[in-house]
Design a protein around this ligand. Structure first.
Ligand code: TXA
Ligand code: MG
Length: 322
């Protein structure tokens, strides 16, 4: 198994920075999900990320920086970016902007835009500062599977394919960053995530939402089937449920269900119905249900507001057939 070290230990951060400098891979905590990091300016190191995740090379990765000044080395930020950077950085917002020549093409999968964010997790910031370079990082899971929100999830998913795992505890937000493209005239949400769309529009005014589960992805990497469990998953409303008594079923729901009896296992995301708490528990709950070798997982639809939009997006992709 890979080496797991305390992300808040200074010596561990020095070791991690050494691994990055030599072109290795370090998994690190962020407030959203754990990332699988490599030196963003080293194309061979970034190629290692794609290999470790078995990720298609058409799927660009996010560049993580410690502050807006460092972001400006890699992206060309239009004036519309300023209020967003001021309000949401550090935090769960990724901005897609035209790239500079400092970004190798493998990072952006050949696109002329780059996705950049400043994470807010203190250990992520300390790691970025210790490295002194930008870190290219997708979520630290095998491609297509549920994202990791603990160091243990990373170890289970990637094993020895990662050189070092920085353990910073469970991620506080629990879903990936919201991705907003500023490459067109009107800001466009490409992925629902940790910053609710309602909060974005209160800062930028007009914003387009380009998410959904169309047959064809709107942006590279936004595949219809993603975040998938090995156990088949369906989103079923309580009133529409038809159960086969011979099946072993796991239930994923926001609050306590009316009837517990039909289910072999139940994961309640937030007893009080709080969508932030639900997001923080989401991927862990999915993974626990998936580990039970059940016949089916049934997920109850979630309210599509606040973080619920990001959670429903993940559920719909997890439920999509190949
Ligand atoms: O919260 C997060 O965003 C986490 C943590 C580790 O920061 N990272 C993450 O990365 O979720 P990943 O690889 O799982 O998702 C990155 C996605 C790509 O699949 C793609 O949809 C989008 O970001 N992306 C990256 N560069 C892009 C670009 N130039 N244009 C459009 N979309 C881009
Ligand atoms: Mg991912």
């Amino acid at each position: 198994m890979p080496v797991i070290v305390d992300a808040f230990d200074v010596n561990a951060l020095v070791t991690a920075a050494g691994v990055i400098r030599k072109g290795g891979l370090v998994a690190f905590p962020t407030e959203t999900v754990y990332g699988l990091g490599a030196d963003a300016s080293n194309p061979i190191a970034v190629a290692g990320i794609f290999e470790a995740k078995a990720r298609p090379k058409i799927d660009p990765v996010i560049v993580h920086v410690s502050d807006p000044a460092m972001a400006a080395k890699y992206g060309i930020f239009p004036p519309a970016a300023l209020p967003l950077m001021n309000h949401f950085w550090p935090g769960a917002l990724t901005l897609v902007v035209p790239k500079t020549t400092a970004v190798p093409s493998i990072v952006t999968a050949g696109l002329d835009t780059v996705a950049i964010r400043v994470p807010s997790h203190p250990a992520a910031l300390a790691f970025l500062r210790a490295c002194g370079c930008a870190i290219a990082a997708p979520s630290a899971n095998a491609f297509g599977y549920a994202s990791p929100t603990t160091a243990q999830h990373v170890a289970e998913s990637l094993g020895n394919k990662v050189d070092l795992i920085l353990d910073g505890g469970p991620c506080s937000i629990g879903v990936e960053s919201t991705i907003v493209s500023l490459s067109g005239p009107i800001p466009a949400v490409l992925r629902a995530g940790g910053v609710p769309v309602e909060e974005l529009s209160s800062i930028v005014g007009e914003i387009r939402v380009l998410i959904g589960t169309e047959e064809r992805p709107v942006v590279p990497g936004q595949l219809r089937r993603h975040y998938a469990t090995r156990t088949p998953l369906e989103i079923v409303d309580e009133n529409a449920e038809v159960l086969n008594p011979s099946e072993q079923i796991g239930l994923l729901c926001l609050v306590e269900p009316a009837n517990r009896l039909p289910y072999k296992a139940i994961e309640i995301l937030s007893p009080s119905g709080n969508l932030r708490e639900a997001a923080a528990n989401f991927f862990g709950a999915l993974r626990r249900l998936d580990a039970l070798s059940l016949d089916r997982i049934i997920a109850r639809p979630l309210p599509q507001q606040g973080l619920g939009l990001a959670l429903m997006d993940r559920l719909q992709r997890a439920a999509a057939r190949e």
